[in-house]
Design a protein around this ligand. Structure first.
Ligand code: HEM
Ligand SMILES: *[C@@H]1O[C@H](CO)[C@@H](O)[C@H](O)[C@H]1NC(C)=O
Ligand SMILES: *[C@@H]1O[C@H](CO)[C@@H](O)[C@H](O)[C@H]1NC(C)=O
Ligand SMILES: *[C@@H]1O[C@H](CO)[C@@H](O)[C@H](O)[C@H]1NC(C)=O
Ligand SMILES: *[C@@H]1O[C@H](CO)[C@@H](O)[C@H](O)[C@H]1NC(C)=O
Ligand SMILES: *[C@@H]1O[C@H](CO)[C@@H](O)[C@H](O)[C@H]1NC(C)=O
Ligand SMILES: *[C@@H]1O[C@H](CO)[C@@H](O)[C@H](O)[C@H]1NC(C)=O
Ligand SMILES: *[C@@H]1O[C@H](CO)[C@@H](O)[C@H](O)[C@H]1NC(C)=O
Ligand SMILES: *[C@@H]1O[C@H](CO)[C@@H](O)[C@H](O)[C@H]1NC(C)=O
Ligand SMILES: *[C@@H]1O[C@H](CO)[C@@H](O)[C@H](O)[C@H]1NC(C)=O
Length: 331
């Protein structure tokens, strides 16, 4: 009898604990703003369309902001906070400085949303919505974005320095950084497909063109025709700030050409080409699948964007809804 009571009370307390946990880790959902800001997606999309008129690269820049936000303390808009007395901005972390762009467009989205639904839509959700709009406007898939994230009160510059993958890292190190945020090898390959649009600066790949790993020669995994093109864009003593298209075939379109580029040894970054050229890697067959089947790539990409967007969001009463994405409220 006593043991029966003990078992029953253990079961009850387990259920209770599970309920409490569920509440503190509330799920995002696609209808979060259905009554409070029903037009949120089209407002974000309209501001992006406006920006694309004068800057065909801006969609790519915006999806990258969502990635760099989510990998550091979760998708909480920590990346958007400027330096202040209490904030050491992630914008000045190594992967972001002189590199991330589009913050002014995020501010324009926030202003438009504050005009329609003041104090309602988080900056973290704006990044997730902008990422989807960027992909679909560039010819990629559309999906229902999960919403309900709140904005952080802090930034983590040291975390940004260490958690965001670098283009010079080995495949196993990059895989480890994805695993650290709960993303697997399939997510890594699918999300790398975002390099089907946008640009990269010469300083982030030019060592491959002239003196790879101190060998005095180019990276042997670089297609020799493509090498000549890249050497013209990035002369040996030229500006490291010149840019090349991440996808030389369809620079601003969202498609699966990124993966056929890798098969042709035309990955721009070392980290891109490693997905196909690391001998024995599990990533090779995934690259081949996405290269031969764009539908398979799009399906995986959508699922992996949802997975990335689910990294430790602040929900419920954690964090806040910032009125200015650059600043913690009241600071
Ligand atoms: C797998 C590890 C990754 C590495 C090492 C990496 C690295 C880089 C680097 C070095 C650049 C060029 C930045 C510059 O020149 O200023 C870049 C650009 C870009 N990245 Fe990644 N990235 C990775 C994953 C991702 C993911 C997961 C996404 C989004 C889902 C993404 C989206 C982009 C986009 C769209 C651009 C072009 C941005 C623009 O034109 O402004 N990247 N990435
Ligand atoms: C979406 O999430 C919010 C907050 O957790 C909740 O209040 C709302 O009921 C959810 N909507 C649906 C349809 O699940
Ligand atoms: C929603 O926003 C779009 C773009 O900003 C606008 O064209 C449309 O009229 C809006 N619809 C409603 C119901 O407010
Ligand atoms: C950013 O670029 C400028 C040149 O445009 C350079 O002076 C500065 O040192 C760079 N900052 C960092 C941290 O690399
Ligand atoms: C992050 O990296 C940048 C650039 O290398 C450096 O200036 C900064 O001090 C680093 N910040 C932290 C907190 O480690
Ligand atoms: C991989 O990570 C280890 C541990 O942080 C580091 O020592 C090593 O230099 C990295 N290698 C590459 C190629 O990035
Ligand atoms: C290539 O880089 C290595 C190591 O940084 C250096 O020792 C060597 O002199 C360089 N070779 C050429 C041809 O520049
Ligand atoms: C680049 O500069 C180095 C020394 O700074 C010089 O030795 C080399 O000849 C230059 N290369 C070209 C292609 O101008
Ligand atoms: C180099 O790229 C071209 C396409 O531009 C392709 O036809 C060729 O097969 C590639 N070579 C290698 C070795 O991948
Ligand atoms: C392409 O991928 C989709 C989604 O995974 C799958 O349903 C379809 O059968 C694949 N097509 C071919 C030709 O393999």
């Amino acid at each position: 009898m006593a043991s029966y009571i003990a078992t029953a009370s253990f079961a009850l307390s387990t259920i209770f604990t599970a309920l409490v946990l569920c509440q503190s880790q509330a799920q995002l959902n696609s209808t979060f703003y259905a009554t409070t800001c029903p037009n949120v997606s089209s407002i974000v999309r309209t501001v992006l369309q406006q920006a694309l008129q004068s800057d065909p690269r801006i969609g790519a820049s915006l999806i990258r902001l969502h990635f760099h936000d989510c990998f550091v303390n979760g998708c909480d808009a920590s990346l958007l906070l400027d330096n202040s007395a209490n904030i050491q901005s992630e914008k000045n972390a190594a992967p972001n400085t002189n590199s991330t762009r589009g913050f002014n467009v995020v501010d324009n989205m926030k202003t438009a949303l504050e005009n329609s639904c003041p104090g309602v839509v988080s900056c973290a959700d704006i990044l997730a919505l902008a990422a989807e709009a960027a992909v679909s406007l560039a010819g990629g898939p559309s999906w229902s974005v999960l919403l309900g994230r709140r904005d952080s009160l802090t930034a983590n510059q040291a975390g940004a320095n260490t958690s965001i993958p670098s283009p010079f890292e080995s495949l196993s190190n990059i895989t480890a950084k994805f695993t650290a945020v709960g993303l697997n090898t399939n997510d890594l390959v699918a999300l790398s497909g975002a390099h089907t649009f946008g640009r990269a600066q010469c300083r982030l790949f030019s060592s491959r063109l002239y003196n790879f790993s101190g060998t005095g020669n180019p990276d042997p995994t670089l297609n020799s025709t493509y090498l000549t093109t890249l050497q013209q864009i990035c002369p040996q003593n030229g500006s490291g700030f010149n840019v090349a298209n991440l996808d030389p075939t369809t620079p601003d379109g969202f498609d699966n050409n990124y993966f056929s580029n890798l098969q042709n040894n035309q990955g721009l970054l070392q980290s891109d080409q490693e997905l196909f050229s690391t001998s024995g890697a599990a990533t090779i067959s995934i690259v081949n699948t996405f290269s031969s089947n764009q539908t398979a790539f799009f399906q995986s990409f959508v699922q992996s964007m949802i997975n990335m967007g689910n990294i430790s969001p602040l929900t419920g009463s954690s964090g806040e809804i910032r009125t200015d994405c650059k600043k913690v409220n009241g600071s």
